[in-house]
Design a protein around this ligand. Structure first.
Ligand code: ADP
Length: 379
């Protein structure tokens, strides 16, 4: 019984057998009740045909119960039962074989899925099941394959993330270690510059770790957003106030083109400001001295469009599609030298999308400046 409970093949097999058994029983019971009456009727008809109407008087009342007719009926019953038993055995054997084959056939895809899921649980994420037909089991197999593919992607992302993080951490750590060893061996002078260098590398590590924390929060959608009507112009003015000093210091002009009417957007003020300052920071970083960064806000159909345009190094077309990927940098050495982690735009994208907006970049090519655009829904 336990075996039957825990094996779908056995259950199906038993179900088929039960159907075969019930079928045979129904045939047996029906014939048992209908045969005597049918036999008598047909025999009387035959008798009347054989003996003619004048002999009917003698034949009447004898029926299958008495005399020759009774013998005849008993023999008929015995031969009928005999063939019924043979039919029963034949039906049982055929039913047994067919039931077994059918059960196995139906259970095969389930068995395949069970094996595949075990392989996946053991870490073989490339395991898939074969699709046959279009029934519910095949649909289940297709869903299973889809799930396996997603698991494989997540696993691949996890593996890449660990590799990337290790790589990113190694650079500042190696620099700190090198400086410390230089100090210990007396190769580097114990002066302010050496200490400042160590401090700046430690600072870079710190920034990277904070960015990673922020990234994991936004990717897991674990940030609480306080979405409210926000004045887009005021948002921009606050961002300008924060960044103006750095622009002045690098001598990059910061211009703005604001609409006459106020534009109210639905956003989390702090997070929208974070996106704006991040894009302004990038524009400043990738624009050489005496360049210009211009920010404009326009009213679209249902959204407000924020455009940050710079006259900087630009982005080659083949990189445009990737710059929002985590750790992606167009010029790795230059970005890293500025302390860039390659995570800023990834966080910005998540934050904009969490506020129901879109973000994208455009550039005419290298040294032709870049344009970053993001939208936020209008109130
Ligand atoms: P990073 O910390 O390296 O700046 P981001 O995620 O902010 O990381 O940006 C990813 C990459 O996109 C940068 O390394 C840079 O190559 C490119 N990028 C971003 N903003 C600009 C820009 N305004 N002009 C040119 N390239 C840019």
């Amino acid at each position: 019984m336990k075996y039957f409970r825990s094996h779908l093949t056995a259950k199906l097999f038993a179900t088929y057998l039960l159907v075969v058994f019930i079928g045979i029983t129904a045939i047996w019971v029906t014939t048992r009740f209908t045969t005597p009456a049918a036999f008598t009727r047909h025999l009387q008809f035959m008798e009347s045909q054989l003996m003619g109407d004048n002999m009917m008087g003698q034949g009447q009342g004898r029926g299958p119960q008495g005399g020759m007719m009774a013998d005849f009926y008993r023999n008929f019953q015995a031969s009928f039962n005999e063939s019924l038993i043979i039919a029963f055995i034949a039906a049982s054997v055929v039913g047994l074989v067919v039931s077994y084959a059918l059960s196995r056939n139906i259970i095969a895809p389930v068995q395949n899925m069970k094996n595949a899921s075990q392989r996946i649980a053991e870490g073989h994420y490339d395991e898939r099941v074969q699709l046959r037909g279009a029934d519910e089991l095949s649909q289940l197999a297709a869903s299973f394959n889809q799930m396996a593919e997603q698991l494989e992607q997540v696993e691949e992302m996890r593996r890449r993330l660990i590799g990337d993080v290790a790589h990113e951490l190694r650079t500042p750590l190696t620099a700190i270690k090198g400086s410390a060893e230089g100090l210990m061996d007396g190769v580097f002078p114990a002066n302010e510059e050496t200490y400042r260098q160590i401090h700046s590398e430690a600072e870079r590590l710190n920034r990277l770790v904070s960015d990673l924390q922020e990234l994991s929060r936004v990717e897991a959608k674990a940030i609480q957003l306080d979405i409210q009507p926000v004045d887009a112009t005021r948002l921009l003015k606050t961002a300008f106030k924060r960044m103006q000093f750095q622009f002045d210091e690098k001598r990059v002009a910061l211009n703005r083109q604001l609409p006459h009417d106020p534009i109210l957007v639905l956003a989390d003020e702090d997070r929208a400001l974070q996106v704006l300052t991040n894009l302004l920071g990038n524009a400043l970083q990738y624009t050489p001295e005496s360049g210009t960064v211009t920010v404009s806000i326009e009213r679209g159909k249902n959204v407000a469009r924020f455009t940050i345009r710079d006259t900087g190094v630009g982005i080659p077309p083949e990189h445009l599609a990737h710059i929002f990927d985590r750790f992606y940098r167009v010029d790795k050495s230059r970005s890293r030298a500025h302390g860039g982690s390659g995570i800023g735009l990834t966080i910005a994208k998540h934050l904009v999308e969490a506020q129901n907006g879109k973000i994208w970049a455009e550039s005419a090519g290298e040294n032709k400046g870049s344009v970053f655009v993001f939208t936020l829904p209008l109130v």
